[in-house]
Design a protein around this ligand. Structure first.
Ligand code: ADP
Ligand code: ASP
Ligand code: MG
Length: 440
């Protein structure tokens, strides 16, 4: 069986839902993972923020506006009177629940419950739409099988077992629709796989059922060689290895959730990235195959914090780095880049949740300098560190202040840390000189 995931834009309008129906209506049995309609999760985040800030009335206005938008979408999507009424009743029950949430005390659990509603709404609507169109479809509630453990990792064994039993208890159908993004935590409460997590849902299910292929359908024709939101003249890449795709996703290529590749890599389940609006375009195939050496794509990750830890006296002493790493481990904060010199070690993190506590601990053993608003620019390609063009980087970026470089950590990745204000210029320059055959 294949797993097909459709993102927010793909289910964000009646016209696009029609495209999705055409794509999935090919007679094959499949699992379809859906995101919330585009914009909904952002709205739910802002509703949760209003509740947390003690502004329930602002939240209620947003809830009512969203309710109206959904009703008008339903009227355009469902002309079958019974289905139209049934979906409106369901949607109204969701919006009543959201209004109820505005009377409650804010907590992480409440926020997670609010954020989960987007995918519950889109899947319910889309399932009814397929039924209206005569396609045999059923819902598989993600909260009955998708679960993360205490380390926030997918509990694959649990997911395998529960997915199977949910499937066995569901009417035999051609299309099994489920919610992306949402899951249970290790205590059985509602949680999620972080923003953009529907991609991750698709590959987790793909791994659990040993799918033939996972397809990620979005609003662009595959992984581009640079971030198309900031850079002109980017191009889709037709093939990527799992390693290359994992590096790009982890280092900021927004088309994929950072962990998307992890579940399917072990079993070499191919992942195909496709454009819902242009199904004929080749897209990108992520598979086991290795590719030619050289720089293939560039990505950037924002909101990076650089910490320089200086200690002339202690750095050479063995055990110093261990102490530093233990502090990050205690506060469950992972380090992305690291460089050392005789007197200092510089490293970066992207999670500032425990920053104050980490800095207070580090302060006891060394002198600390912290720089926020940094970006990691990451160049990815098979054996990129050995490629003949790599030496050009310093020439191309001679007017950019590079704060750290990571070279050789893996053969497939060279990372540079720069100030975020230099990001767009850096990405465009790298694009022009590395991919557009502009000479220096
Ligand atoms: P979906 O809602 O379908 O999950 P996303 O917005 O999460 O879609 O991802 C698709 C978007 O990712 C594209 O519209 C594009 O702007 C952005 N993007 C960023 N970097 C890349 C890249 N290297 N290749 C393709 N798209 C990228
Ligand atoms: N709806 C969620 C989000 O906007 C998950 C996803 O779209 O993948 O982050
Ligand atoms: Mg996404």
């Amino acid at each position: 069986m294949k797993v097909l995931k459709f993102g927010g834009t793909s289910v964000g309008s009646v016209e696009n839902m029609h495209n999705v129906k055409e794509i999935i209506n090919d007679g094959d049995k499949k699992v379809v993972v859906l995101s919330a309609m585009s914009g909904t999760t952002n709205q739910l985040v802002s509703i949760a923020q209003d509740i947390s800030a003690g502004k329930p009335n602002v939240a209620i206005d947003k809830i009512n506006n969203l309710h109206e938008t959904y009703f008008s979408t339903i009227d355009n999507l469902l002309n079958d009177a019974l289905l139209n009424t049934d979906v409106k009743n369901y949607v109204s029950s969701v919006f009543e629940l959201l209004v109820d949430c505005t009377n409650k005390e804010f907590s992480e659990a409440l926020e997670n419950q609010i954020l989960a509603q987007g995918e519950l709404l889109s899947t319910y609507m889309f399932n009814s739409y397929l039924r209206q169109e005569g396609i045999s479809a059923s819902l598989l509630p993600a909260l009955n099988f998708m679960r993360i453990d205490a380390f926030k990792e997918p509990d694959i064994k649990y997911i395998k077992q529960h997915f199977k039993s949910v499937l066995n208890n569901t009417e035999n159908s051609e299309v099994y629709i489920t919610q992306g993004f949402i899951c249970l935590d290790d205590e059985g409460g509602i949680s999620n796989l972080q923003r953009g997590g529907s991609d991750y849902t698709a590959t987790i299910i793909g791994a659990a059922i040993k799918a033939e292929e996972v397809q990620i359908w979005t609003d662009i024709d595959g992984m581009h060689n640079n971030d198309p939101r900031y850079v002109e003249n980017t191009r889709a890449i037709s093939n990527l290895s799992f390693e290359e795709a994992a590096e790009l996703a982890y280092f900021g290529a927004k088309i994929l959730h950072p962990q998307t590749v992890t579940p399917v890599r072990k079993d070499s389940i191919p992942v195909r990235l496709k454009n819902t609006m242009k199904p004929a375009a080749h897209g990108t195939l992520i598979s086991k195959s290795t590719s030619e050496n050289g720089i293939k794509a560039i990505a950037a990750k924002d909101n990076i914090i650089a910490i320089k830890i200086k200690s002339a006296r202690m750095l050479q002493a063995h055990g110093f780095l261990k102490k530093v790493f233990e502090i990050f481990e205690t506060y469950q904060t992972s380090i992305d880049m690291i460089t050392t010199s005789e007197v200092a070690v510089s490293l970066t993190i992207d999670d500032d949740k425990n920053l104050d506590k980490i800095l207070a601990e580090l302060d006891k053993i060394a002198l600390i300098e912290v720089d926020k608003n940094q970006s990691i620019v990451c160049l990815v390609g098979h054996s990129v560190v050995n490629h003949q063009d790599t030496y050009k980087l310093f020439q191309i970026l001679q007017d950019v202040k590079i704060r750290m470089i990571s070279y050789g950590g893996s053969n497939n990745n060279i990372s540079l840390l720069i100030d975020s204000k230099d990001k767009i210029n850096t990405l465009q320059k790298l694009n022009d000189y590395l991919f557009e055959l502009v000479t220096l």
